[in-house]
Design a protein around this ligand. Sequence first.
Ligand SMILES: C[S@@+](CC[C@H](N)C(=O)[O-])C[C@H]1O[C@@H](n2cnc3c(N)ncnc32)[C@H](O)[C@@H]1O
Length: 247
Amino acid sequence: MSSSLTISTSCSVRLTVRTSGFHPGNRGSIPLPSTKKVMLRFDIINKVIEVNGFTKYLEIGVCNPLDCFDKVNCELKHGVDPGYEFEENPVTYQMESDTFFEYLKEHDPNRKYDVIFIDGLHKSYQVKKDIENSLEVLSPNGYVLLHDCNPPTSHMARETYRTEYGYEPWNGTVWKAIYQLRTTRKDLHVSVVDTDWGIGIIKRNELHDTKPIENNNEFYEYNIMDANREEDLGLISIEEFLNGVEE
Ligand SMILES: C[S@@+](CC[C@H](N)C(=O)[O-])C[C@H]1O[C@@H](n2cnc3c(N)ncnc32)[C@H](O)[C@@H]1O
């Protein structure tokens, strides 16, 4: 079932999009099954923290902290953002993620985070780097989470944020980083919760026995992913996420 979702994708934009399996419950004319759960990115983050008793959280790409960062409940919270979209930029580390990870390597090589939420530059090459760097500073049972993994249209999955009309809502090419991991990595569990533009979930698999999915999309074309998105992205429902995280 498709339903309508109104949500902000960058700090200043609000829009409506159709996302399967999600309904914010703000349209009285559409009856919701009473068991339907609604979770946004910070709900997913908070659930992971709560269930595991985690204490250290890092957010890459914070923008306005009121939208997500401030809603995360965790003992220690650090934010990284160069401030491209939100002038005040009240974050712990006012820099790009690459610079932050270099800084850590040099000044605090033993620091670990339990949950790292990647929501910075939404281009596949940068997301890939952010994932690799995050895995280096992730605690043994930690989670890397990502926003914008399930773009509903090719326009939302375009390569550049700016269009001829200005800065339109944008998921970017985050999905390609997810697809690459799912087709190559035996040492990771990678899935995407079908809510809030797709919340990527990456966990280490110490057994290194994850079976990579077949790569049927050598050139990472949107339409091919679109036709097979459940498997390509590893889409799971909120209920499946909740069952998995409680295991
Ligand atoms: C979509 S916003 C983040 C939204 C926020 N995480 C939320 O959930 O509401 C993306 C942010 O990433 C920041 N950004 C862009 N390039 C970055 C980079 N290389 N490293 C870290 N942050 C970056 C931008 O300045 C912007 O504030």
